[in-house]
Ligand binder design. Structure first.
Ligand code: FES
Length: 561
């Protein structure tokens, strides 16, 4: 065994000054021969309580098998994980985004503290992937990710269902357009088993883009959770990990500026989640790569939206398998000059080399991916906006189906829950711009997702008749005319804190402007009356988060001064 392969773990296994550590390793079952081997930490975000993560501990066992078969020691450990589908309202959702940084911290903590030579993260839900990517970037020890895989669709009365169907059923209930029996039927059948939410929502967005970044084996984002290919991928990780260790290929060799461009290009082409912006800003900062909101807008400007995937389109991630998977989509984008082919990946080969054997998209037979010549939208759907309502930026998701400009009257909600109340009372009407504030990284805290309000709006049939702006986030499942990540947030005295019912607001997705039609003088008067709210938490994990978190335009990182 070359010293390169076990350069960290040898501190425990080779140095005479660490007899206790060595004794413990014998205690967990390692042999004398194992003491010479590289040690790979396998970080699983698995736990039983939700479908996105319920199978990850099982996948980790296959990963461990592949590691052992390739002459290394694999040791499974666990991090926390929160499923966004279950973080109900602010009380739960406040913990979601902070979980990303806790995952990063915990992987960093174990891998450094236990002297692992490499790390493999087995991840499944929205925050697991960026959390693990941040950890890999910080650690810069050979490593990669395995995606738990997308979920299969559910079915009720011949209709395909997913998690968003459950949320939208609530809106239909408010609107009186669904029977109690069908409401229960949708809820009971929406989720058929293990896997991450099945559209191009945040988990599948992060999974496909981290594959484009070169941090997973090819097809990791394509295989559904219950597909045989997922198990085979886990076992194949061992051979790839050995190459990474032997060649000392580290995450920062992969996570280059060009690789971030590749990741975000895929997000744009596939119509991915707004959350990807927040996460890639944070991951880039962890990797010390210069990658800003402006870079993201530039990529959006040059990348057409070509995927007819949910939430705004028709198809699910499971359907992508049949058309050649994510490698086929990447190959098409690469051939068309939209992806950099010379980026290193965890296979030890470049993107171009990995794609050489990938299948080609067949535009005669498949209808999920459109040709670049006839895209669904000529530019990306994610638009960075500025204006007096968002002097440090905001993020809109405009797929083109909603139109590109919305002008309306503000209906202010000081909390997410108020939207549901107003919808139930019929107070949200066509032409309203629903302003949901005090939901930012510090004010929320934790920048909760407005999944319930957006789904309820859709379900109530208000879809493209209203717009929504917030200093919180939107779920990857969101569609409609929505602008989130408004920065500065209300808690920090951003203009969003000063909006009143009836104010006119323009959302201009052509010129990327978010404007409140209130004079500077009037805003200055209103500001005199504004007082920063008391923090919702002063202690505990959220107290720490409120003190440390940066703005959404800075990726909500928590480890910078
Ligand atoms: Fe976990 Fe959607 S809530 S992937």
């Amino acid at each position: 065994m070359s010293e390169q392969l076990n350069k960290f773990s040898r501190t425990l296994t080779q140095e005479v000054t660490n007899p206790a550590a060595k004794a413990m390793l014998y205690g967990v079952g390692l042999t004398k021969e194992d003491m010479q081997k590289a040690q790979v930490g396998i970080a699983s975000t698995g736990y039983e309580g939700n479908t996105c993560n319920m199978h990850l501990n099982g996948l980790s066992v296959h990963v461990k098998k592949g590691i052992q078969e390739n002459g290394m020691v694999g040791l499974i450990f666990h991090t926390i994980g929160v499923s966004d589908g279950m973080t109900n309202g602010n009380d739960g959702m406040s913990y979601s985004l902070p979980s990303r940084d806790l995952i990063a911290d915990s992987i960093e903590n174990v891998v450094c503290g236990q002297w692992y030579d490499g790390v493999i993260a087995v991840v499944g839900c929205d925050k697991n992937m960026p959390g693990a990517m941040i950890a890999l970037a910080r650690l810069n020890r050979p490593g990669m990710l395995v995606y738990g895989g997308t979920i299969r669709t559910g079915e009720y009365k011949g209709q395909k269902l997913d998690i968003i169907s459950a949320f939208e059923a609530l809106g239909k209930k408010f609107a009186g357009t669904i029977s109690d029996e069908d409401y229960e039927g949708v809820i009971q059948n929406a989720i058929p088993g293990a896997g991450a939410c099945g559209g191009m929502y945040t988990a599948n967005t992060m999974a496909s883009s981290m594959e484009a970044m070169g941090l997973t084996l090819p097809n990791s984002s394509t295989y559904p959770a219950t597909h045989e290919g997922k198990k085979a991928e886990c076992i194949a990780i061992g051979a790839a990990m050995k190459i990474l260790l032997e060649k000392n290929i580290c995450p920062r060799d992969i996570m280059t500026r060009k690789a971030f461009e590749n990741a975000m290009t895929l997000v744009m082409a596939l119509g991915g989640s707004t959350n990807a912006v927040l996460h890639y800003l944070a991951i880039a900062r962890a990797a010390d790569v210069e990658f800003t909101l402006k870079d993201i807008q530039d990529i959006s400007d040059r990348t057409p939206l070509i995927a007819d995937l949910k939430p705004s389109g028709k198809y699910y991630m499971e359907d992508v398998l049949a058309i050649g998977g994510v490698p086929a989509i990447m190959k098409y984008l690469y051939k068309q000059g939209l992806l950099h082919g010379d980026c290193m990946t965890v296979t030890g080969k470049t993107i171009a080399e990995n794609l050489a054997d990938a299948p080609d998209l067949n535009f005669d037979t498949q209808k999920i991916i459109f040709p670049l010549s006839t895209p669904l939208k000529p530019t990306g759907h994610l638009q960075v906006m500025y204006g007096n309502l968002a002097t440090m930026g905001a993020l809109a998701k405009i797929t083109g189906k909603e139109g590109e400009r919305f002008e309306g009257m503000a209906k202010v909600c000081d909390r997410e829950e108020e939207v549901i109340e107003y919808i139930a009372k019929g107070e949200i009407k066509e032409g309203h711009v629903i302003v949901i504030r005090n939901e930012g990284p510090k004010g929320g805290p934790g920048m909760p997702e407005m999944l319930k309000p957006t789904s309820a709006v859709m379900g109530a049939g208000l879809g493209n008749k209203v717009a929504m702006i917030t200093d919180g986030r939107f779920s990857g499942g969101t569609h409609g005319f929505v602008v989130g990540h408004v920065t500065p947030e209300a808690y920090m005295g951003g203009t969003i804190a000063l909006v009143k019912d009836g104010d006119k607001i323009t959302i201009d997705a052509v010129n990327n402007v978010l404007h409140l039609h209130v004079s500077d003088e009037e805003l200055a008067e209103r500001r005199k009356e504004w007082k920063q709210p008391e923090p919702a938490f002063k202690k505990g994990t959220l107290g720490k988060y409120i003190r440390n978190v940066k703005s959404a335009s800075e990726g909500c990182v928590t480890d910078e001064a």
